[in-house]
Ligand binder design. Structure first.
Ligand SMILES: Nc1nc2c(ncn2[C@@H]2O[C@H](COP(=O)(O)OP(=O)(O)OP(=O)(O)O)[C@@H](O)[C@H]2O)c(=O)[nH]1
Ligand SMILES: [Mg+2]
Length: 194
């Protein structure tokens, strides 16, 4: 069991961060959420084949007035889930701000992914291809989800769990999963275990 693998969910207010975490951990959708004012975490144990990972999922506040402490949580996260709302272009435009923040204040070896949420909605302002291309330029993976229907949610977290496990099954593993994330980068660059 890999304990307390810390994930942080960040992004603008109202994009659905809390709903995504609640959908994944409790498999429910809350229509009228309160905006997050502090930082709160949920735990979930993920089974991938014969291995287990215990995620600690930090749901941070997107509203500017509550944002100031969010970095305390993503600075030490193994993975950062950067969320925008596909029905709101401004939240997509603001990804620049968030990526800059994570790169400046987060762990340099953290896995970063971008998630476009609310794909159940008919009114879409950001096309899949545009977001995918943006993510490619930033060298990060792109996923789409609906916390309302649950579509795509498991895929996001399973991907991150597998990233952690790929690292951990490498023979060069150390006890510190964070240093393994760094080694994974090296493994990808070298094309083999070292
Ligand atoms: N249609 C649709 N609505 C969603 C979805 N996810 C969240 N919402 C709605 O969007 C609103 C904001 O969701 P939250 O999860 O509270 O957003 P947040 O990103 O946590 O916002 P802050 O805590 O203020 O940063 C709520 O009214 C949700 O019901 C989704 O996948 N589809
Ligand atoms: Mg919230």
């Amino acid at each position: 069991m890999f304990n307390d693998i810390k994930l942080a969910i960040i992004g603008d207010a109202f994009v659905g961060k809390t709903c995504m975490a609640t959908r994944y951990v409790n498999d429910i959708f809350i229509q009228n959420t309160n905006c997050t004012t502090g930082n709160q975490f949920k735990r979930k144990i993920v089974q991938i084949e014969d291995k287990q990972i215990k995620f600690q999922i930090w749901d941070t506040a997107g509203q500017e007035k509550f944002r100031s402490l969010a970095y305390l949580y993503y600075r030490s996260a193994i993975a950062v889930i950067l969320v925008f709302d596909v029905t709101n272009r401004e939240t997509f435009n603001n990804l620049h701000y968030w990526i800059k923040e994570v790169k400046a204040k987060g762990d340099e070896n953290a896995i970063i992914i971008i998630v476009g949420n609310k794909i159940d909605s008919q009114i879409r302002e950001v096309a899949y291809n545009e977001a995918y291309q943006y993510a490619s330029i930033q060298c990060v993976q792109y996923f789409e989800t609906s916390a309302l229907t649950g579509e795509g949610i498991d895929k996001v977290f399973t991907y991150l769990a597998k990233q952690c496990l790929n690292i951990s099954t490498c023979t060069c593993i150390t006890k510190d999963i964070k240093s393994c994330v760094h080694k994974q980068t090296l493994i990808i660059q070298r094309g083999c275990c070292w």
